[in-house]
Design a protein around this ligand. Structure first.
Ligand code: PBG
Length: 326
C-alpha cells in the first residue's frame, strides 16, 4: 500500500479537466423538477416575498413560463394550486374546474412533452389548513383517503402524467392506485412524498400557497425529524401500495435518510429541496454572505451524492442556466 509521498491525493485535483474527469457525482438538468404555484384568474404573475425569484401564475401565463422551463432542459414541473375558495372538506381540490385541473389541461395541450406532476393534498383547499378532514379536532385518516383519491383522479383525468400525494395519511397510495386503475388510468405514475417530515423549512411555502394550519400543527401526520428508521418503514409501505417513485422531504437536513433509502430500495428516489432551503440561500446571497451559484450547485450535488435520482427545487431554472455553462 503506497502512502505519502508516493500516494498523493492532490494529483487528481490539479486542473479543472482532471477534476471533471474524476467527479464521482453528476448533476444534470434532466434530474430537476421545478415547482409552480397556480392562481385563479387571468394575466396574473405575482412575486412571492419570502421566495425571491419565484411567482404565482394564472393558468394562461403559466404556459409561457413552462415553455421557458422546458427550453432550459428541465423535463418536469410540479403544480400547486391556490383555489378560488376554501371550505371544510377542500372541495376545490377535486373539482374538475379547479385551478390545477385547468392548468394541467392547458399545459398538456400546448406543451405535451413537458412532464406535468401535481401535488395531491388538501391543505391549500381546506379552511382549517390541514391536509385531511377534521373530526373532533383531529385530522381523520380514513375519511381523508376518498378525497385524496378524488383529487388524484381529477388531476389524472385532466392529463397529469404523475400524481404526487403529499398529505402523509396512511394508505393513500394504495387507494389512489386502485381508484386510478379502476377507471383505466393505469399509466398514471404515482410519486409519493413517502418520508415527509414536520419541518420548519416549509415556512415560505405556506406563505406562497396560503396553506398554514389554522390550529395546531402537522405533527400527527408528518414525521418526527428525529426518526430515520421510521422513514424506511414509510417508504416500504408506499412501495407495497404501488408507488412508482418515492420521495424524501426536505432534502438538506435529511441527506442520511436519502442515503439509507437509496441503499435499501431500488425504486426511483426523489428529494424535495424545500422552500426554506431556497429562502436561506437567497437571503444569504442577497447579503453577500455566500456565492449563490456555488452554494446552489454544491447543495444540489450533495443531494445527488446522497443518492437521490431526482430533485424538486426552486433553484432549478437558475441551476439549469449554470449547468449549461459548466
Ligand atoms: C402540501 C405541501 C407542502 C409542501 C409541499 N406540499 C407544505 C406542508 O406540508 O406544509 C412544502 C414545500 C416547500 O416547503 O417547498 N402538503
Amino acid at each position: 500500500m503506497a502512502s505519502f509521498p508516493e500516494q498523493r491525493l492532490r494529483r487528481l485535483r490539479q486542473t479543472e479537466g482532471l477534476r471533471r474527469l474524476f467527479s464521482e457525482t453528476g448533476l444534470h438538468v434532466s434530474d430537476l423538477i421545478y415547482p409552480l404555484f397556480i392562481v385563479p384568474g387571468r394575466n396574473v404573475k405575482s412575486g412571492i416575498e419570502s421566495m425571491p425569484g419565484t411567482f404565482r401564475f394564472s393558468s394562461d401565463l403559466v404556459i409561457k413560463e413552462a415553455d421557458e422551463i422546458l427550453n432550459l432542459g428541465i423535463p418536469a414541473v410540479i403544480l400547486f394550486g391556490l383555489p378560488e375558495f376554501k371550505d371544510e372538506i377542500g372541495s376545490s381540490a377535486y373539482s374538475p374546474k379547479g385551478v390545477v385541473q385547468q392548468a394541467v389541461r392547458k399545459l398538456k395541450k400546448s406543451i405535451p412533452e413537458l412532464i406535468v406532476i401535481t401535488d395531491v393534498c388538501l391543505c391549500q383547499y381546506t379552511d382549517h389548513g390541514h391536509c385531511g378532514t377534521v373530526k373532533d379536532g383531529r385530522v381523520d385518516n380514513d375519511t381523508t383517503l376518498d378525497l385524496l383519491a378524488k383529487t388524484a383522479i381529477s388531476h389524472a383525468e385532466a392529463g397529469a402524467d404523475i400524481v404526487a400525494p403529499s398529505d402523509m395519511m396512511d394508505g393513500r397510495v394504495g387507494v389512489i392506485r386502485k381508484t386510478l386503475d379502476a377507471i383505466g388510468l393505469y399509466n398514471t405514475i404515482i410519486m409519493s412524498y413517502s418520508a415527509k417530515y414536520a419541518s420548519a423549512f416549509y415556512g415560505p411555502f405556506r406563505e406562497a400557497a396560503e396553506s398554514a394550519p389554522q390550529f395546531g400543527d402537522r405533527r400527527s401526520y408528518q414525521m418526527n425529524p428525529a426518526n430515520a428508521r421510521e422513514a424506511l418503514r414509510e417508504i416500504e409501505q408506499d412501495i407495497a401500495e404501488g408507488a412508482d417513485v418515492v420521495m424524501v422531504k426536505p432534502a438538506l437536513a435529511y441527506l442520511d435518510v436519502i442515503r439509507r433509502a437509496r441503499d435499501i430500495f431500488n425504486h426511483p428516489l426523489a428529494a424535495y429541496s424545500v422552500s426554506g432551503e431556497y429562502a436561506m440561500i437567497k437571503a444569504a446571497a442577497k447579503e453577500g454572505w455566500l456565492d449563490e451559484r456555488q452554494a446552489v450547485l454544491e447543495m444540489l450535488s450533495a443531494v445527488k451524492r446522497a443518492g437521490a435520482d431526482l430533485i424538486v427545487s426552486y433553484h432549478a431554472k437558475e441551476a439549469a442556466c449554470w449547468l449549461k455553462r459548466e
